[in-house]
Design a protein around this ligand. Structure first.
Ligand code: ADP
Ligand code: MG
Length: 730
């Protein structure tokens, strides 16, 4: 029996654990976070005030105050059973990193106490030499520092035998350059805050103290049984299946999306939610996604920095909890060929400290005008910087998704929906030198309709869609840290908010404010029209049309990343102090390098699978066929067995077909390995291009032949779990 088949029996024998009756969520939500509430309880009034001032106005706290907070945090953590603490940070690999230290401190020989100081809270010094720095950190200067991000609450991670206090931090080099994903996001929020407040001032909103971006990432994922996972080298090494014939039934019956959730999966979801709630992650929605065994979690939106931390935590939780259910959670963008991959729709909006959503049209012409000004800024931002948005989602996994007829294409465009389009069209056409109140009413601005998602969320194919009071950036990959896409969106929109504000100021000099603002908005609507597309983004006609409009359509990761090295883009990020030039160039190098490493791991894995599993299985089958044929021929000759001519030639044909397939697989695999060898002499940029153009097609080619073999080789000889098993056994 093939090991694959043994795995099947193990699944059937697995029993589900009984659940104890669940607790009321509100009774434990956030219990493992050092929340504002916990702080209020444990920190003196004056220190709390100082902390709040730090958060709102950036006035840094004193070391004494930091000591007090550290002490309170330690007491809180120890009272919950924590014995270790760690600075928790997000290096440029896209994962999170932690180095744990115990709270103990020696007081006398053989005696310890628990201790934690303000300086340890504020700053840490993990050895940075093993994290990618893209050349920022010279090898002789391995030092890297972590620094407390007080805007994101510390939290406790539990494992069965212990608890660890985790302190969210940024990660910087000795000279203060960002080596992480969090710091640029924080900086971009600062830029956005300044620009948005500036624009609001012009609209008479002088009461607003803070504007920030809000985010709600919809996390898609697959689950498969762990017994299968362990037998698939490709999933284990690369997160995706490099080979595997599609099962006859995929997603074509559309019977998975929003379907009944199977009990085993539901149990997993309950446990993830419980763990998430303890950490204050507000999970809201869960459902089956389009592909078989594909699912989604979506939280209630939060301030971007918190949302980004929470998403990282959630991904970790999902992987961890899945294992407890003997499942494996696959976060790769394209674990299975031929069915949908996974993305992370990034819902993004702007909010002020008064509780207003700036992408929500208001009740009055004035509010609506402000809404349209912000909307115009978004349109201009995407129009001018589609290349940066594309770069922000450029990674090897996402390359299988973008433009592959299921996810948003690699062409970035904006969808606004019928109502909003109609209004913008009217503004564009109807604008005069002077606009009266009546004109505004005629333009439909007296009261814009509420754009609820039912009327706007019909277009699932658009990469950047207005979905009622927020935009949804749908090109983000499921495994990605969302910080970079958010930082890019924040920055390009800050730039455009500044532009809109400047233009309105200029235009309104000595003139009526409302008509001036409207004229500026109309100008932007006209100028940025090419970025708007309401149709089907998957249609081939759109590719042609987009080309005519001059919109970039970049399929390759390395080409997309080149946007980070363009002069005007560097200038933009430097202007808003989100990335310095060295920081951007470093990211370019790191991400190109990661792309290459990913492809090299994939090719080497495929090579091993072909040689150690596929060819042996193929040869076994080949032998079976050959022996059988030889037997028939002999029987025909010696025992005068009557064999139909057609039957004999059919068997021969089948055998030579299998022989040929094995040959193709081996030949192409050798060529693939030669390619890898050849690439060794290339620089990283050239290598990435070579992999995209030469190596990937070769891997696809190998796959086609292997998959064809899978469909004929006897089940007995095929050890790799098949698509039908991984995707349909739940
Ligand atoms: P959809 O629009 O995709 O049908 P929902 O309206 O339920 O679905 O929202 C999807 C995600 O968008 C959720 O995570 C939600 O929290 C988030 N979201 C809603 N409003 C905002 C907002 N103002 N800013 C950021 N994210 C938001
Ligand atoms: Mg979805």
């Amino acid at each position: 029996m093939a090991v694959r088949q043994e795995a099947l029996f193990k699944i059937n024998g697995m029993s589900l654990e009984k659940i104890t009756s669940p607790k009321k969520v509100s009774s434990y939500f956030g219990e493992n976070t050092f929340s504002a509430e916990a702080m209020e309880r444990l920190v003196s009034k004056s220190t709390l005030e100082a902390f709040k001032l730090w958060m709102s106005e950036g006035k840094i706290i004193t070391l004494d105050e930091a000591n007090e907070i550290a002490n309170a945090m330690k007491d809180w953590a120890i009272s919950k059973g924590a014995t270790y603490y760690t600075h928790w940070f997000q290096p440029m690999t896209g994962l999170t990193a932690e180095k744990h230290d115990s709270f103990i401190s020696i007081t006398a020989p053989g005696k310890v106490i628990e201790k934690f100081s303000g300086s340890k809270l504020i700053q840490g010094e993990p050895d940075a030499s093993s994290f990618p720095s893209g050349g920022i950190r010279a090898t002789f200067e391995a030092r890297g520092y972590t620094a407390w991000d007080p805007s994101s609450p510390a939290f406790i991670i539990e494992s069965k035998l212990g608890k660890t206090l985790c302190i969210p931090t940024i990660f910087i080099s000795y000279h203060g350059e960002s080596l992480d994903k969090k710091l640029p996001l924080l900086r971009s929020d600062e830029a956005l805050n300044r620009a948005a407040k500036n624009l609001l001032q012009i609209f008479g909103r002088k009461d607003v103290k803070k504007v920030f971006s809000t985010c709600g990432p919809e996390q898609e994922y697959f689950l498969i049984d762990k017994n299968f996972y362990n037998l698939r080298q490709d999933l284990l090494m690369t997160g995706r299946t490099l080979i595997g014939a599609p099962s006859p039934k995929g997603q074509q019956l559309e019977d998975q999306y929003f379907g009944t959730i199977k009990e085993r999966v539901l149990n997993f979801m309950y446990e993830v939610a419980e763990e998430a709630y303890k950490l204050g992650i507000p999970l809201m929605t869960r459902h089956n996604e389009v592909a078989p065994h594909q699912y989604e979690f979506a939280p209630i939106f939060e301030e971007s920095n918190i949302a980004a931390d929470h998403n990282q935590l959630l991904m970790d939780l999902m992987k961890k909890v899945a294992l407890r259910h003997n499942l494996v959670c696959l976060l790769h963008e394209k674990p299975f060929a031929g069915i949908n991959g996974s993305g992370k729709h990034l819902n993004w909006s702007l909010a002020d400290d008064q509780g207003n959503n700036l992408l929500n049209p208001g009740q009055t012409p004035e509010d609506n005008l402000q809404f349209l000004a912000v909307l115009a800024a978004v349109l201009r931002a995407v129009y001018l910087h589609a290349d940066l948005l594309r770069a922000s989602v450029a990674l090897a996994g996402n390359e299988h998704r973008l433009g592959a007829n299921e996810a948003p294409p690699a062409i970035i465009s904006v969808f606004l929906g019928n109502q909003l389009t109609a209004i913008l069209d009217m503004i564009e056409k109807g604008i005069k030198k002077q606009v009266s109140k009546q004109d505004i009413i005629d333009l439909g601005l007296a009261r814009l309709p509420k754009f609820n998602k039912d009327t706007t969320d019909r277009n699932r194919t658009s990469p950047f869609a207005f979905t009622g009071a927020k935009f949804e950036f749908r090109a983000v990959g499921s495994s990605q840290n969302i910080s970079t896409p958010i930082a890019v969106i924040n920055t390009i929109i800050a730039d455009s908010l500044d532009y809109v504000a400047e233009q309105i100021k200029k235009e309104a000099k000595g003139k009526d404010f409302e008509s001036s603002a409207l004229r500026v908005i109309a100008g932007i609507i006209k100028e940025t029209k090419d970025i708007r597309f309401e149709g089907n983004n998957y249609a081939p006609e759109w590719i042609k049309e987009a080309k005519k409009r001059g919109l970039p359509n970049i399929a390759s990761t390395v080409e997309a990343l080149e946007a980070l090295t363009k002069k005007e883009n560097i200038a933009l990020f430097e202007k808003y102090k989100v990335f310095s030039k060295p920081e951007l160039i470093a990211r370019y190098h790191i991400w190109v390098h990661m792309y290459n490493l990913t492809l090299e791991i994939e090719a080497n894995t495929l090579n091993e699978m072909v040689n150690a599993s596929i060819i042996p299985a193929g040869c076994e089958y080949e032998k079976l066929l050959a022996e059988n044929l030889g037997m028939l021929v002999a029987l025909e000759k010696d025992a005068e067995l009557k064999v139909e001519k057609g039957a004999l030639s059919d068997q021969k044909e089948h055998l030579s077909d299998v022989v040929a397939k094995i040959y193709y697989v081996r030949r192409n695999t050798k060529e693939m390995m030669n390619s890898l060898d050849k690439a060794k002499d290339m620089g990283q940029d050239a290598r990435a291009k070579f992999y995209f153009e030469g190596l990937k097609p070769l891997m696809e080619h190998i796959r086609r032949h292997v998959d064809a073999l899978e469909c004929v080789v006897s089940d007995e000889h095929w050890d790799l779990p098949k698509y039908r098993e991984m995707l349909f056994i739940k």
